[in-house]
Design a protein around this ligand. Structure first.
Ligand code: FES
Ligand code: FES
Length: 150
């Protein structure tokens, strides 16, 4: 039996311990904001926070999150008003939207660790989050805006 906290709620999983966290979130507890892209830690669309750190939920087994605190896009802010989410809206970042939950979760983790990232910091941290629509310039602009606290 695996106990974990997801978006502030305690959860218990007594199924397959090798189940990827991504599928637990989406299929078992209905948190479909986190997306499946590649399944191999190559695209970042499945990014969530585990213990406050950005992590790829597609390659994280349930056995690795026992006792952990997981935050998904649904739990980042109760009203969707995390500074990164506000900046995202202000900069009109998304195009198709598929990668965006992962981008926002990665960006939020970046700003928590490094509140004033340089261009290189942003590029280095966000380079693992692929956007097929090519929204990279708006993603960087939104991270810069969020960093100003506007
Ligand atoms: S689905 Fe997890 S990194 Fe692509
Ligand atoms: S907005 Fe379409 S993949 Fe990023």
């Amino acid at each position: 039996m695996i106990k974990l906290t997801v978006n502030g709620q305690e959860q218990i999983w007594d199924g397959d311990p090798s189940l990827p966290l991504l599928w637990y979130l989406r299929d078992e507890i209905g948190l479909t904001g986190t997306k499946f892209g590649c399944g191999h830690a190559l695209c970042g669309s499945c990014t969530v926070h585990i213990g406050g750190q950005a992590a790829r939920s597609c390659i994280t087994a349930m056995s690795d999150v026992g006792g952990q605190t997981v935050t998904t896009i649904e739990g980042l802010d109760p009203n969707g008003d995390h500074p990164v989410q506000k900046a995202w809206r202000q900069e009109n970042v998304p195009q198709c939207g598929f990668c965006q939950a992962g981008q926002i979760m990665q960006a939020a983790a970046l700003l928590k660790e490094n509140p004033h990232p340089s261009h290189e910091d942003i590029r280095d941290t966000m380079s693992g989050n692929i956007c097929r629509c090519g929204c990279y310039q708006r993603i960087e602009a939104a991270i810069r805006l969020a960093a100003t606290g506007a």
